[in-house]
Design a protein around this ligand. Structure first.
Ligand code: FAD
Length: 318
């Protein structure tokens, strides 16, 4: 069984969520080929071998640098045909989902996203996906011959014991029709760690009183190597950029640790964070709803607790 895995990269490295997708494919015991689009060093791509890919197809067409999704979908569809793959695996992400949807339409392939476990092939091809923002699971049978599986971040154990993969250039046949979307400008998200990918997130809410107090959130985040996030009202009021807004209507995160400072824990905020492995809540109100979703809680004034916590972490690191 031949499986293609679309791997994303950032800052010169394959994203961890994509290596998880490769690990997932390897656990299905197929012949795993990965495909990467855009400029990244060959050595970095070889790392996909550790997660279980035998080969990486590298697409370096400059026209794809801007990330036109329909062109990506065409490249991936052609790569599937080339290697005779009936299964495409990718990380569930803001790029993976729209790419998968287009490949699905092109190849008439059943697409299920947010998958948390290996398929059950005892009768048919059944996958388990997380639904209702992590509150329940659905078992879905994919009945089409070609299948696309979007893997939820942090749901799969990362395989790291494979050998380096070989890297081969791959050029797809693309026409002007693949580039009929024009990107007029692109903004890079601020912050050292990107929010959707972050292993640790430090978020601030209205309890932080104003943008002038965000220095302590950023300092704690920097000390932990974390990304910064915020509640919706905070971004609505312009205290923080919109791409930091976490929740039902914002970014959904699933880090190892989510630190919520001065956030009440409204259901719409929790919808974006309840896949986190651990949640630490800092709030001065012991009755704040967030405490019932927390693994750890500190009842106290953020303006006292956060600087003390940052200082203690710094001392522990020295
Ligand atoms: P507040 O509710 O005002 O809470 C502030 C908290 O800070 C309180 O718990 C208070 O005790 C604490 N606090 C105050 N001072 C201190 C201090 N000195 N030290 C420590 N703690 C302190 N919200 C989201 O976040 N994300 C979403 O995606 C989202 N989507 C929504 C979609 C819809 C359709 C609707 C209707 C609402 C949505 N909301 C969303 C808004 C949501 O309902 C809440 O209003 C919002 O999350 C509250 O933000 P907050 O916790 O920062 O503010």
């Amino acid at each position: 069984m031949s499986i293609l895995v679309f791997i994303e990269h950032a800052e010169g490295a394959v994203k961890k969520s994509s290596l998880e997708a490769v690990s997932y494919a390897a656990a299905m015991e197929g012949d795993v080929t990965a495909i990467a689009i855009g400029s990244i060093a060959e050595d970095a791509l070889k790392s996909a071998g550790k997660a279980g890919a035998s080969k990486v197809l590298h697409v370096t067409d400059e026209k794809l640098e801007k990330g036109i999704i329909q062109a990506y979908a065409n490249v991936i569809s052609q790569a599937m045909e080339k290697i005779g793959a009936n299964i495409l695996v990718l990380a569930k992400s803001s790029l993976g989902d729209p790419v998968a949807a287009r490949v699905s339409a092109k190849l008439d392939a059943g697409f299920v996203s947010n998958i948390v476990d290996l398929p059950d092939t005892s009768s048919g091809f059944q996958v388990k996906r997380s639904i209702y923002t992590g509150k329940a699971f659905a078992n879905v049978n994919i009945t089409t011959e070609k299948k696309i599986l979007g893997i939820k971040k942090n749901a799969v154990e990362l395989k790291e014991d494979g050998a380096d993969a070989s890297v081969e250039k791959f050029a797809a046949n693309l026409s002007d029709a693949d580039f009929n979307v024009k990107i007029t400008s692109q903004d890079k998200a601020t912050g050292e760690v990107l929010l959707p990918e972050a292993e640790i997130v430090v978020s601030g809410g209205r309890g932080m009183k104003g943008p002038e107090n965000w220095g302590m959130i950023e300092e704690l985040a920097k000390t932990l190597g974390a990304a910064t996030g915020c509640s919706k009202p905070v971004s609505d009021m312009g205290w923080r950029p919109h791409h930091e807004h976490v929740g039902q209507t914002g970014v959904k995160v699933s880090p190892q640790l989510y630190v919520a400072v001065g956030i009440s824990g409204a259901i719409q905020h929790l919808a974006g964070v309840n896949s986190s492995k651990n949640i630490l809540v800092i709030n001065k109100d012991a009755e704040a709803p967030f405490f019932s979703a927390a693994d750890y809680g500190i009842v106290g004034d953020a303006f006292e607790v956060v600087p003390k916590l940052t200082a203690a972490l710094k001392a522990a690191q020295n």
